[in-house]
Design a protein around this ligand. Structure first.
Ligand SMILES: *Cc1c(COP(=O)(O)O)cnc(C)c1O
Length: 392
């Protein structure tokens, strides 16, 4: 017979014992969750038109852009696909930095669309040297250079400000994925010279999964508007732009999720974007210091590291799959492992969203407890002490 799996407590009053600490989806704040439960609206009526307009206006500064934003009812991968679909013609050549799972996914999508992919393979945990990019950009008239902003499989940040200077005055478009970065890490689309950026609802934007968001620069729009010969329909940004100019969405938007995003952006702006980003930096610093104090090694070796995702190697004696299972069984704390060749060898935890120092300290206590149970030698309490020092 079926096994009973207790569901997370859905009460807005009682504390929830289910601790969703993945690098996405992340725990949705009650204010956002309740907003997604408001009555359904006519998606072409005045009430929703107002919500749509103000939600986009509140999201633009979080993405560092004055460009139109387009919201699709899809996961992050859907807008990754849209990003490439709208700029390439079959046979176009793309330079794609592969230093983790998400760069590799872009390469897979590009190949599926008939583009020629020149990967730049970088060891995971590292980032690409801008001098290498500069040299490679001279070898071909690339349609696009793809560099992931926040590589959630390794915890590394791509240096878009420097990279934007390399592509700004060329015909090459700079395409990036900040699905797990935006709202947790600084993102300056316009100032950095990013031409196409995609993000998603279920990471630092604190919403349920289901919205993919995309923006393009003027330079990118000139390419998007061409008749490229690529079959585009739902994800055709030209349609999305016409609708944006009329203050609406081409097809039925995810009305409830947009209402959630309206609320989550209120939370972000009430706290202040700069304060939100500083809090993410502080919490990430605390978690990483705590994990190091337990004897774990940071997976990211690059200088610029994520504040939203922490990735750590596990000692060879620890089975990562078992560790993650025990954290859930014993403490209802849900973290991620690797979904690739590193499975069982590393852990990944989200340090993003509406969380506090107390959440990070609890994560560390649970991790310490399970590692000790599995025979890892550590000094109990050291992690929490190191984190508290790093917060200060
Ligand atoms: C989560 C994530 C995505 C999107 O994944 P979906 O499962 O398609 O929503 C894309 N890129 C990065 C870097 C991510 O962290």
């Amino acid at each position: 017979m079926s096994t009973e799996i207790p569901m997370p407590n859905a009460s807005p009053i009682l504390a929830d014992t289910y601790r969703l600490r993945l690098p996405g989806p992340i725990a949705v704040p009650e204010r956002v969750r309740l907003a997604t439960g408001r009555p359904m609206l006519n998606h072409r009526g005045p009430e929703f038109r107002a919500i749509w307009g103000r939600t986009i206006a509140k999201l633009q500064p979080v993405m560092g852009t004055k460009q139109p934003l387009h919201i699709f009812a899809c996961s992050g991968t859907g807008v990754m696909e849209a990003a490439l679909l709208n700029i390439i013609t079959p046979g176009d050549r793309l330079l794609i930095v592969c230093n983790g799972q998400w760069g590799e996914r872009f390469a897979t999508i590009a190949k599926a669309m008939g583009a020629i992919v020149d990967p730049i393979d970088v060891p995971w945990g590292e980032t690409v040297d801008p001098a290498v990019l500069e040299d490679r950009l001279k070898t071909h008239a690339y349609r696009a250079l793809v560099l992931v902003h926040n590589e959630s499989s390794t915890g590394v940040i791509g240096d878009l400000a420097t990279t934007g200077n390399l592509t700004r005055n060329t015909d090459t478009l700079l395409v990036t994925d900040s699905v797990s970065g935006i709202a947790g890490m600084e993102f300056q689309m316009d100032a950095w010279g990013v031409d196409v950026v995609v993000t998603g609802s279920q990471k630092a934007l604190m919403c349920p999964p289901g919205m993919g968001i995309i923006a393009a620069s003027e330079k990118a729009w000139a390419v998007i508007r061409r008749e490229s010969g690529m079959p585009r329909f739902y994800l055709d940004l030209r349609k999305a732009r016409d609708s944006f100019d009329k203050g609406e969405s081409t097809f039925t938007p995810p009305v409830s999720l947009v209402q959630g995003l309206d609320a989550s952006l209120d939370m972000i702006h009430e706290e202040g974007l700069a304060n939100v980003l500083a809090r993410h930096a502080r919490l990430s610093r605390g978690f990483k210091a705590g994990a190091v104090a337990m004897g774990l090694a940071n997976f990211a070796t690059a200088k610029q590291q994520s504040n939203t995702v922490a990735c750590f190697h596990l000692p060879a004696s620890i089975d990562g799959t078992r560790l993650i299972r025990r954290l859930y069984e014993k403490h209802r704390t849900v973290i991620a492992g690797a979904r690739n060749r590193l499975q069982g060898k590393m852990i990944r935890l989200g340090t993003m969203g509406a969380i506090t120092e107390a959440d990070i300290l609890t994560d560390l206590m649970h991790l310490e407890d399970v590692l000790a149970e599995m025979g890892h030698k550590l000094s109990p309490g050291a992690a929490v002490t190191a984190a508290a020092k790093a917060f200060a």
